[in-house]
Design a protein around this ligand. Structure first.
Ligand code: THU
Length: 139
């Protein structure tokens, strides 16, 4: 685990980019040949990362964000403050719609994402999100 910031301090985006590029090397993408690496800074200063893991049954593919969230849970849980995702060319990759929902579940209140248009908030990339609060409302 590499510390890349504190709960209230600034985010070391370069450290997140490096972690995402490192994670990318573990990608299992024999079908799409599109490797993805994702990394995030947790509220308590850890870096968690993940890569995509495909399957012969194509629809079962795990996006890099899925394995990253699994990594988050397996290394102490908590929430995500900052997120960075890259493709094999090292370019910033926008999380797919499903993964925006995954990230929303584990967001810290001020979560930021590196996007192709610069740094954005979770609300900007998933406006009017469905979340745990809606389950509470109907119970
Ligand atoms: N992929 C991700 O890992 N994350 C995303 O947010 C977008 C798509 C992966 C899934 C699949 O293995 C490959 O990229 C091509 O869709």
């Amino acid at each position: 685990m590499v510390p890349a910031g504190t709960a209230t301090g600034s985010v070391d985006w370069q450290a997140l980019e490096s972690a995402a590029r490192e994670a990318l090397k573990n990608a299992y993408a024999p079908y799409s040949k599109f490797a993805v690496g994702a990394a995030a800074l947790t509220a308590d200063g850890r870096i968690v990362s993940g890569c995509n893991v495909e399957n012969a049954s194509y629809g079962l593919t795990l996006c890099a964000e899925c394995t990253m969230v699994g990594n988050l849970q397996m290394t102490g849980g908590g929430s995500l403050r900052a997120f960075y995702c890259v493709d094999a060319g090292g370019q910033v990759l926008m999380p797919c719609g499903r993964c925006r929902q995954l990230l929303y579940e584990f967001r810290a209140p001020d979560m930021q994402l590196m996007t192709t248009q610069g740094i954005k908030t979770m609300d900007q990339v998933l406006p009017d999100a469905f979340g745990p609060q809606h389950l509470e409302e109907t119970r």
